[in-house]
Design a protein around this ligand. Structure first.
Ligand SMILES: [Zn+2]
Length: 261
């Protein structure tokens, strides 16, 4: 990836995580029952590990694929002859729909759930939860995304802006804050809010197996997985099993193969 795009990604990531860590320190919705510094260190280490072993190596073939598609004008976006600005908007919306289905598949297909449950075993939900993914889930995600890239062929900038938007959206909707109802209801007309996504992390499966959207909330409405959050259900987050080992690195990395939660 060119230097200016890498700088853009890194800047949005750091601005988002630092800003939202500060926001949830000032206005926490739920009290932390685990030492917060322990969560921050564990999730930062897991995310750094994922970046080094997976994100960086995967981006090299991904960028090569994008360059090849754009140089040879292959893919639906070239057939439609979209301007660069329209390409960015269309890519963010379409790829967000892809993420909706990818997330839904992660809950419905057993082998994908084995990896995705590493994210869900977290008994808290705060902005550091957005860093919590098993490298296997990210690897599967890159493979599926490559198919989507071949079909659509976004410009390099459109793809980078989409990735930055997803990162910011994930950091935001995992944040441990809860907006007053008028703001919550206004935001939730378009975007996935922290309250709405926290409901996706309840042990209770009424909302836990719904509310899959990442950036735009209308995918849940369109595909009938929109469930209104319930504060009682949101008192019990995570999974029924594995609640004492969710911050242990060996168990986290081996969990998909050992069925420990
Ligand atoms: Zn999920």
């Amino acid at each position: 990836m060119p230097i200016d795009m890498t700088t853009f990604r890194l800047t949005t990531f750091l601005t988002g995580i630092i800003g939202l860590l500060t926001a949830e320190t000032v206005w926490p919705a739920r009290a932390w029952k685990t030492l917060r510094s322990k969560r921050i260190i564990f999730h930062a280490c897991l995310s750094t590990f994922n970046t080094l072993v997976l994100r960086v190596p995967a981006y090299i073939p991904l960028v090569a694929l994008l360059n090849y598609m754009n140089t040879h004008q292959i893919g639906l976006s070239h057939i439609l002859k979209l301007s660069p600005a329209v390409n960015i908007i269309a890519t963010v919306i379409l790829f967000d729909m892809f993420d909706y289905w990818w997330h839904r598949f992660n809950h419905r297909i057993p082998i994908l759930w084995q990896f995705h449950k590493v994210h869900h075993v977290d008994t808290h939900v705060d902005t550091t939860t957005s860093l919590r993914f098993h490298p296997g889930e990210l690897a599967f995600s890159f493979l599926f995304k490559a198919v989507w890239i071949v079909l659509w062929s976004p410009t390099l900038w459109a793809y980078v802006i989409f990735e930055a938007s997803v990162t910011l959206a994930a950091q935001f909707h995992h944040t441990n804050i809860d907006f007053p109802d008028p703001i919550e209801n206004g935001l939730r007309k378009v975007f996935v809010t922290p309250r709405y996504h926290t409901a996706h992390h309840t042990v209770n499966q009424r909302t836990g197996n719904n509310n899959f959207a990442t950036i735009f909330i209308f995918w849940d409405k369109l595909f009938t997985t929109y469930r209104i959050p319930d504060f009682e259900e949101m008192k019990y987050l995570g999974l029924p099993k594995g609640r004492n080992i969710y911050l242990k690195i060996t168990q986290t990395l081996t969990a998909p193969f050992r069925n420990i939660y």
